[in-house]
Design a protein around this ligand. Structure first.
Ligand SMILES: [Zn+2]
Ligand SMILES: [Zn+2]
Length: 594
């Protein structure tokens, strides 16, 4: 997070010092514990331990208590240095296998003449920090004494492979959060609690939106009917808005010959994100990580005149990219996802205007979903293709489009893609968290690699400029973020079930409930009838838990007056109204997308 980037060194030192204090507390509880590593992280710190038994949540309370005692004693952090060989002998003696591994690796990486402390004394020294009886191999720095660590809390225990490698032993990691003041800590914890309530993985299950059973493999979510309904509403909206703006929809397959990705450069630049090729008719094929080359082939299927440009192809294209299993997360980090992709083929002269149009579309879309957003301009990375001239030109086009649309942006040097600079948009959700959102990338490279041309006014063949852009990013991530943003209480136009009709008595009012539901359905509304043999109160509560925007209750009174009683999820009891008037209200609310 941007705020976190500015975080001062002090806070990091404090957090890391807390990891030492935690290790001392854990060793006090388990003298036979072996230490892994204990770095500071965003918002706090952790330490990895090899312990004689699995920790339980109650242990955190005990460890925290021991830590507070150490803090109270205000023990100094004392630095000592020793030759690396001495450190290795000590680690062996204490059977600190993980520290030993770190030391041995450190030694191996040194030039031979610095590995040992010979007569010339040229071997390197390593540093240790002591607090009370606890000594840890560490580069530092640390706070002066244990009393100077701010406010902290241990938050969770999880498994972590030693050095992040699945072939190694699984250690136990204890996480803590820490801030300079108790007030900041309390604020953070409150925010976390709210975020936890909104966790899209939890809500995804409770609201029956999606799942990812272990049998499927990680990062491959299944969309349940309600999740699919939500997604399809967004997709239809997306298609309509794109067609309005001159985009043409296309569909492309999921696999293609590997050679395409060699030509595009992805095979060289993105190898670690690509899956292994498969053999078809003795030819190598790859499951697609991008849609770009496919759209290029559609463009190239005939000779293009300058009069046709810009050509804009849009596709909800599903791509597959490798992500390490440790980083997979619900819908927001997956291995197969659907990009709301589009490629604009234009002349260099049209480029700026196309970027402006794209930025306007981004603004419209983000506004529709109530997202604030921050804009970043990413420039040439270290590993890149193309001449300095084309990089300069394309960066200038992005910059001037940003200026003309009066969008405030932050420069992000070196963060462009290998083939061109880009505009990155980060969404800010209702909790103020930033998420990867829309991107707009200028590309002179692929048109060159695939020789993508048009015929200009004078009849000469010229190369097109390509813009890659995604407005939502991917359907998976966007909807994952959207679930958390709205805490599962979707606005009416998105809600998978927009209204539930509850007959007070199934026998007496069931038929009328269905008549009402059918009227709503005929108007295109998504409606269900809840006739379960449960009490009225229970059925109202259950549907409120499902965050259904409107609950319609029908009984004797409603039947005789031909009306419905309506409860709104957000506004509470709305009283009774005629069915047709209520349908009109709902349709208006949907139209306004509020
Ligand atoms: Zn340290
Ligand atoms: Zn692309």
């Amino acid at each position: 997070m941007a705020k976190e980037k500015k975080q001062n060194l002090n806070l990091e030192t404090m957090r890391h010092s807390l990891s030492h204090i935690m290790a001392a507390a854990v060793l006090d509880m388990f003298p036979e514990a072996k230490l892994g590593i204990g770095p500071p992280i965003e918002n706090g710190f952790y330490y990895d331990f090899d312990l004689p038994r699995t920790l339980i949540p109650e242990d955190l309370v005990l460890i925290e208590g021991k830590m507070r005692k150490i803090i109270k004693r205000n023990l100094p952090f004392e630095k000592t240095e020793a030759p690396i060989d001495y450190a290795i002998r000590e680690a062996k003696k204490k059977k600190e296998v993980y520290k030993l591994e770190i030391l041995n690796d450190l030694k191996k990486a040194l030039p031979p003449n610095r590995q040992a402390h010979g007569k010339q004394g040229r071997g390197i020294m390593v540093s240790f920090y002591r607090t009370g009886d606890f000594v840890d191999l560490c580069k530092g720095p640390h706070v002066k004494s244990t009393g100077k660590v701010g406010a902290f809390k241990l938050t969770k225990i999880s498994g972590a492979y030693w050095r992040g490698d699945e072939k190694n032993k699984m250690l136990q990691r204890i996480y803590g959060v820490a801030f300079e003041s108790q007030k900041e800590l309390d604020e953070y914890l409150k925010n976390m609690e709210e975020a936890e309530k909104r966790d899209h993985r939890k809500l995804g299950q409770e609201l029956d939106l999606f799942s990812n059973p272990e049998e499927m493999g990680g990062g491959l979510p299944l969309w349940h009917p309600k999740g699919a309904s939500l997604r399809s509403v967004i997709e239809e909206f997306w298609k309509k808005e794109h067609q309005k703006r001159g985009y043409e929809l296309v569909y492309t397959p999921h696999i293609a010959k590997l050679d395409i990705w060699k030509t595009s450069g992805h095979w060289d630049f993105y190898r670690e994100n690509l899956y292994s090729p498969m053999m078809i008719d003795e030819q190598e094929y790859l499951v697609k990580p991008m849609n770009c080359p496919f759209h290029i082939f559609i463009f190239k299927s005939k000779l293009r005149s300058y009069r046709e440009l810009p050509v804009k192809y849009a596709e909800l294209g599903t791509v597959y990219r490798y992500e390490r299993s440790g980083v997979l997360h619900g819908l927001t980090r997956v291995r197969g996802f659907t990009q709301d992709d589009a490629h604009i083929f234009c002349t260099p002269k049209q480029l700026e205007n196309e970027i402006i149009e794209t930025l306007r579309l981004v603004d419209f879309m983000m506004g529709t979903f109530d997202f604030k957003y921050n804009v970043y301009l990413s420039t040439k990375p270290e590993k890149a293709v193309g001449s300095d001239k084309t990089w300069k030109e394309s960066t200038k086009a992005l910059e001037s489009a940003l200026k003309k649309t009066k969008v405030k942006y932050i420069l992000d040097p070196g963060e462009g893609v290998f083939y061109g600079p880009k505009i990155d948009v980060k969404l800010e959700d209702s909790l103020g968290r930033e998420w990867q959102g829309p991107t707009v990338q200028v590309d002179f490279n692929l048109p060159e690699k695939f020789n993508v041309e048009y015929v200009d006014e004078k009849g000469n063949k010229e190369r097109v400029v390509m813009v890659h852009r995604a407005v939502l990013g991917s359907m998976e991530r966007f909807i994952g973020v959207l679930i958390e943003h709205y805490a599962g209480a979707f606005p009416l136009w998105l809600a998978p079930v927009q209204a539930v009709v509850i007959p007070i008595s199934d026998k007496k009012h069931g038929k009328y409930a269905h008549t009402v539901a059918n009227l709503l359905k005929e108007s295109g509304l998504r409606v269900e009838v809840d006739e379960r043999p449960e009490s009225l109160g229970r059925r109202i509560r259950d549907n409120e838990m499902q965050k259904v925007p409107y609950i319609i209750i029908v009984g004797d009174k409603e039947m005789t007056s031909k009306k419905v009683s309506v409860r709104s999820f957000k506004k509470g009891d709305l009283g009774s109204k005629s069915t047709s008037a209520f349908i009109k209200e709902m349709l208006k609310e949907i139209e306004e997308k509020k």
